[in-house]
Design a protein around this ligand. Structure first.
Ligand SMILES: NC(=O)c1ccc[n+]([C@@H]2O[C@H](COP(=O)([O-])OP(=O)(O)OC[C@H]3O[C@@H](n4cnc5c(N)ncnc54)[C@H](OP(=O)(O)O)[C@@H]3O)[C@@H](O)[C@H]2O)c1
Length: 348
């Protein structure tokens, strides 16, 4: 059934709490405000947000440091491109039966997720199966679809030894779990003792983990030697690198002949340095599976949510109250996050 008018259960207040960014700059530009409740237009729904994902790109946008390929935001804006929650209203032309459904969506550069309510086009919604939490869904919708891209590129087998720098992060943690679910040996690199628990728990979190997890603190520069001892002479066959810099480089140098390298980011600020000598020396295959057409993204999202529902991933989440969005950004910038950072609006 479709409707011509908005259905709403907002209690008639007409306002909501949202993070509003009125200028570019440091995290304190993210402030909570009482703003007008958004009204879904044709083809849109409004979601009562239960969890909103925080992404490194949100920080780039906040600092006005996003790459030119991204649209320049118009201020004031509410950041946040990943939302999970319950549909509470639909716009004209949308099935009213969606109201009350548990959903997750990537809303793209329209943003608006750091709020009690956010709009999404109805075609962006995915239903959530029972047992999947809103926070894990929101950790999966964007970061999980990237993990699927990496997964497709890497073709991991149970015989692989996979090195994952940044294993405590949103993407790294899902890659570790996917590789474990394939039965691979996974060298999970993390940055300091405070991250050890979240990485050690990755083997327990993924219900279908079959592989062997070797967590190593990459802030101790002897990690390649410790890895070699643990692997008893076997060399890694795959590097999934979202960190780059010195850690990525040391991981690259540890690979055996025929190694596969998938580059997905550069959290260190420096993309993995390699040249044709490196590639020829060890017959490496290097892939950069980023920047896929939007048309391909939905299938990747579906694959990521299936991995979550089946227990092949169980992303660690680091939850902050909605009003603490600035602290959530600080945690990522200062490398204090313990998995995917998620904002939770207080119920009212
Ligand atoms: N998530 C996505 O959908 C997506 C899409 C495309 C590209 N990427 C790229 O993939 C990379 C990882 O993304 P993510 O979402 O997993 O980010 P994240 O949740 O912020 O995690 C990044 C991880 O990188 C590690 N890291 C190592 N050295 C670092 C340094 N010098 N500064 C900051 N972090 C450092 C951190 O782990 P330790 O502190 O434990 O070392 C941190 O856990 C980023 O470069 C991102 O741009 C992500």
């Amino acid at each position: 059934m479709s409707v011509d008018a908005v259905i709403t259960d907002d209690g008639g207040s007409g306002t909501m709490r949202a993070i509003v960014q009125r200028e570019f700059g440091a995290s304190e530009v993210l402030r909570i405000e009482e703003v007008a409740l958004p009204v879904p237009a044709e083809g849109e729904v409004r979601v009562r947000v239960a969890a909103a994902g925080v992404h490194a790109v949100d920080i780039d946008i906040r600092r006005e440091a996003a790459p030119p390929s991204m649209p320049r935001p118009v201020l004031p804006m509410t950041p946040g491109r990943e939302i999970a929650g319950i549909v509470d209203a639909v716009g004209p032309g949308v099935d009213a039966g969606l109201v009350g459904e548990r959903v997750v969506a990537h809303v793209g550069f329209r943003s608006g997720g750091y709020a009690e309510f956010a709009l999404a086009v109805a075609s962006a919604l995915h239903p959530l199966v029972d047992g999947v939490t809103f926070s894990q869904a929101v950790a999966t919708i964007g970061t999980g679809r990237t993990a699927q891209l990496v997964w497709d590129a890497a073709q991991i087998r149970s015989t692989d030894v996979v090195v994952v720098p940044g294993a405590s992060g949103g993407l790294g943690s899902q890659l570790v779990q996917l590789a474990l679910s394939a039965g691979a040996t996974v060298v999970a690199l993390y940055g300091g003792a405070a991250k050890r628990d979240v990485v050690e728990n990755l083997a327990r979190g993924g219900k279908r983990a079959r592989g062997r997890l070797l967590p190593l603190d990459a802030t101790d520069e002897s990690w390649p030697a410790r890895m070699a001892r643990l692997l008893d002479g076997q060399q890694p066959s795959v590097l999934l690198d979202g960190v780059g810099g010195a850690t990525g480089r040391a991981a690259l140098e540890s690979l055996g002949r025929g190694g596969r390298v998938v580059i997905i980011g550069w959290s260190s600020g420096e993309v993995l340095r390699l040249d044709t000598d490196d590639i020829v020396r060890a017959s490496l295959t290097v892939t950069v599976p980023l920047g896929r057409p939007v048309a391909e993204l939905r299938a990747l999202e579906t694959g990521a949510l299936a991995a979550l529902a089946e227990g092949r991933t169980s992303p660690p989440v680091d939850e902050y109250p909605l009003e603490d969005a600035a602290a959530a950004h600080d945690a990522i910038e200062q490398r204090r996050q313990q998995g995917k950072v998620v904002l939770i609006p207080a119920p009212r």
